[in-house]
Design a protein around this ligand. Sequence first.
Ligand SMILES: [Zn+2]
Length: 191
Amino acid sequence: MTLPRGFKTQAERIAEELRARVGATNSKPLNLTAVAEQLDVQVISAADLVPLERLQEIERIQTYAFSACTFEINERHVIVFNPLMSAGRQASDIAHELAHIILDHELAEIQYLDGVPFRTCQPGQEEEATALGGTLLLPRKLLLQHAREDAAIEQIARKFGVTRKMAQYRWNTTGVERQVARERSRRNAQR
Ligand SMILES: [Zn+2]
């Protein structure tokens, strides 16, 4: 599956605009609660709906069976996340769900969590949500700044409260390392 042409640029623009609205900076983790509020989306822990023991049981039966999902109550989007995930993983999951809402994706299939129906998106839209979610957490400009400062992936992950996997994914897809290498070789050539 490939992203539609121009999607990455569009995602960067959306992220920049939304991040500005919540006063996000390139030195602190994005406040996802503030982003959700801006979008009039409610974010709740699954432990508020289902007993924690039941969540642990679901997790035991199938690891990562449930990360986060979105449903609609009285025309308002509600994102339910799994509190058993690491904080970094929760950030990826919530950002992914917010991205579905921003992109106005159709919530199609129905999934059940302990008898509670949740609608999930079509597979074709998953990649877009992952790409935009990642862009919200780590926009290209932020990564470029850190690449110029020789920051390591691990450092970026820690600084912005995301998983190493997310930091690596954004690092690779934005190509910031290549850009910095080109900038440096050009500078050296001028000397
Ligand atoms: Zn999704």
